[in-house]
Design a protein around this ligand. Sequence first.
Ligand code: NI
Length: 160
Amino acid sequence: MAIRNIREIGDPILNKVCKEVTEITPRTKFLIDDMIETMYAADGVGLAAPQVGVLKRIVVIDTTGEDLLILINPEIVETDGEQEGYEGCLSVPGKTGIVKRPNHVKVKALNEKMEPIEVEGEELLARALCHELEHLDGHLYVERVEGELLDNSALKDEEE
Ligand code: NI
């Protein structure tokens, strides 16, 4: 496994639509392993393949540190409610902003064995699912921020 370089806002690869995964090759397995390692190393709660420069519909998410999700060709099939909160992205380092998201999301996907799975999430997990899936269509959360994009450090001062 290896930590891959995370692409940052301004890199055109982050604005491209990713391709469906049709089979798991050894290369896809390496990619998934590297995405997991890269996400944990960067202290992130989610990572999408385009963030490491690969235009495939794969995301990894872990909002608690012990609930790793590997989602291939994920699709949102149901949303409910609303939440508003600060969001950040490993591709937009040092920044945060307020984004409205559904409070409950249901996602249909394939797991790493290409078996169909369903994942449901609320609050932070619902937010992470929406955020990561948007990466696969070339969108970043900054397009949805209400008000200004803030420096992370400003937010920390506010909390203290
Ligand atoms: Ni992101």
